[in-house]
Write a protein that binds this ligand. Structure first.
Ligand SMILES: NC(=O)c1ccc[n+]([C@@H]2O[C@H](COP(=O)([O-])OP(=O)(O)OC[C@H]3O[C@@H](n4cnc5c(N)ncnc54)[C@H](O)[C@@H]3O)[C@@H](O)[C@H]2O)c1
Length: 254
């Protein structure tokens, strides 16, 4: 018996096999789920990476800034699955000017892009999938603790604070559909998104030391396992929650 036997999932955010979403898709399949992936931009790359999963899943195109993609998403997923029990939002992007210590000078246009892709898209994705979630289910997003101002994370931190709030409002409005909405706040992981943050090394140096459980920057499995748990039937009364998977850093003083 797998934790996700019979579950039908849409997983966004696979770019490389270091992507958090790659490990979510892998573990979900190992736990018995049927998975469809979405890819952004370099679809042939995502398709190549998808072949490394235990069961190579279909890949459909989704740019969360493209309303046509969102409007047709349910039909395109519906061509592969007769419904959805879970959706994973593992999407983040901010223009370079939003990161790395330029906080006081970033333009609204660049901040708007960061918030559109990293925050508003959580709502867009959930609503686009709603027609397929007739029996309820779970929506899970990937967060980075937004209760503090971090070095270099800057406007992405603001976007994540918005994501945390968005998640609570979605939990409020989707509860009546039997849909739970939760976030996994992961510690720093060496993915493509992380490498694009100038000064990410500051996190790399301090996190493993500060974490009471220690922290492996190259291991996406703990975050992926939490996503799988939240997608399963084992959190039936949990919504609007943020599960920290960070080795315990969020609970420590300076
Ligand atoms: N890596 C970390 O340290 C870390 C820590 C906590 C949370 N997170 C979050 O985890 C999530 C996944 O990031 P990751 O670290 O696995 O990196 P990643 O680079 O592997 O994944 C980011 C994904 O976002 C997708 N994306 C960007 N713009 C998009 C758009 N317009 N439409 C659709 N998809 C788009 C990319 O294609 C990519 O698949 C992000 O929300 C990120 O903020 C990452």
């Amino acid at each position: 018996m797998g934790l996700l036997d019979g579950k039908r999932l849409l997983v966004t955010g696979v770019l490389t096999d270091a992507s958090i979403a790659f490990n979510v898709a892998k573990l979900a399949q190992e736990e018995g789920a049927q998975v469809v992936l979405t890819g952004f931009g370099r679809l042939s790359l995502v398709e190549r990476i998808a072949k490394r999963l235990p069961e190579p899943p279909p890949v459909i195109e989704l740019d969360v800034q493209n309303t046509d993609h969102l409007d047709t998403l349910a039909d395109r997923v519906g061509a592969h699955l007769d419904g959805l029990d879970g959706v994973v939002h593992s999407i983040g992007f901010a223009p370079q000017s939003c990161l790395g210590g330029n906080f006081l000078n970033t333009s609204w246009e660049d901040v708007a892009t960061a918030v559109h892709v990293s925050t508003f898209s959580f709502k867009s994705l959930a609503v686009a999938c709603l027609p397929l979630m007739k029996e309820g289910g779970a929506v899970v997003g990937l967060d980075f603790d937004a209760t503090k101002a971090w070095p270099v994370y800057d406007w992405m931190g603001v976007a994540k604070a918005g994501l945390e709030s968005c998640s609570r409002y979605l939990a409020r409005d989707l509860g009546k559909h039997g849909i739970r909405v939760n976030l996994v706040a992961a510690g720093p992981l060496r993915t493509m998104a992380a490498k694009s943050i100038p000064g990410f090394k500051e996190f790399e140096d301090s996190w493993p030391e500060r974490a009471p459980l220690g922290w492996d920057l190259a291991d996406t499995a703990p975050a992926a396992k939490a996503c799988v748990a939240l997608l399963s039937d084992w959190f039936p009364a949990t919504t609007g929650e943020i599960v920290h998977v960070d080795g315990g850093v969020h609970a420590m003083g300076a």
